[in-house]
Design a protein. Structure first.
Length: 52
């Protein structure tokens, strides 16, 4: 039972870090265009050329 005194705070700490990382990603617009990728995979146009 002594291990629970270590595992519970450690899991809460790691979960908090994950939650902070998620909110940071939302604030910096990492998930800005979810519709674009879904539509882009269905088109037959290829975009293999590097952008100048």
């Amino acid at each position: 039972m002594d291990i629970l005194a270590i595992l519970i705070p450690a899991s809460l700490f790691l979960g908090g870090i994950g939650l902070v990382a998620f909110f940071w990603a939302m604030r910096t617009k990492q998930f800005d265009d979810p519709e674009g990728d879904a539509n882009r995979i269905l088109t037959k146009e290829w975009d293999d050329k590097p952008k100048p």
